[in-house]
Design a binder for this molecule. Sequence first.
Ligand SMILES: Nc1nc2c(ncn2[C@@H]2O[C@H](COP(=O)(O)OP(=O)(O)O)[C@@H](O)[C@H]2O)c(=O)[nH]1
Ligand SMILES: [Mg+2]
Length: 304
Amino acid sequence: YKTYQKSRLIRLWTHLERQRGGGGVVSGPGEKQTELDRRALDVEMKRLEKDLEKIRSNRTLQRKAREKESFPIIALVGYTNAGKSTIFNRLTQANVLSKDMLFATLDPTMRALKLPNGQQSIMSDTVGFIRNLPTELVAAFGATLEEVVEADIILHVHDASSEDMAVQHQTVRKTLKSLNISPESDHIIHVYNKIDLLRDKDEFEFNRITQSTRKDASRCAISAVTGQGVNDLLNTIIYHLNIGQNDYNFSIPVEDGKAIAWLHANATVNSCEYNEEDAQVCVMMGEAAYHKFLKVFHYSSSDL
Ligand SMILES: Nc1nc2c(ncn2[C@@H]2O[C@H](COP(=O)(O)OP(=O)(O)O)[C@@H](O)[C@H]2O)c(=O)[nH]1
Ligand SMILES: [Mg+2]
């Protein structure tokens, strides 16, 4: 929204510049009004710059909080109008933010997403990738694209009902490459959205896409509006998040509730048995999560 507002202001600004015309001292109420507008705009631009700076520093805070908690990030990317925000709202609206997830409330484009298996994650909505992005907006874009670079999973949303799907796909590939993300990376899931529209419009293409998604674990066909395929998408996310998971076994003193809670929030807990002194916690999690746990709480896994 801020990005949009800023671009609108820039357009307005250039319009005003042009209106002032070629030099000479112009007098009269017209010029006075323009001067006033310019000044008001100047103030507004400065305010937006400040907001942007605030967003940036919030994100730094958020990143720190996430590093500690290690919630995986799922980032939505795709061409403008593909349906990213609709998917974002559909998947995350049922999620009530906990107090601990302060960072999620600072930024409307990041929200908690609790997956059906209980795993916590953060979903990040992004601005659409468009052709020939104006340079003035690149700075504003940069702040939101950091989440894409850091994401554990990227959902590349396609508008399957659009005639331009192939061209839009190329634009998104280029943008990903410019962020040093390989479009072939195996943490990208292709989400073919708006299949409700496609079914009505082109049955052949509808069948082609839904069949190709059935065979391929990196593709999903959904309708963010009707909800069709959404469960399949969630399961695909779970599958991708848990590739490379290992079993770990910890003995944690019962007083260390924080460490035990961390495991409950960030790993799949298979069993948790309390003795008099410690809890025996058997979990499944990725290697990266294990190293984070080790770094923060200093319990290493014993052999099972
Ligand atoms: N019929 C249909 N419309 C959709 C679907 N997903 C999104 N839309 C519509 O497509 C438009 C763009 O969606 P939006 O989420 O704002 O796209 P974004 O630019 O990628 O964030 C909106 O009018 C949505 O209502 C879908 O699955 N089916
Ligand atoms: Mg959007």
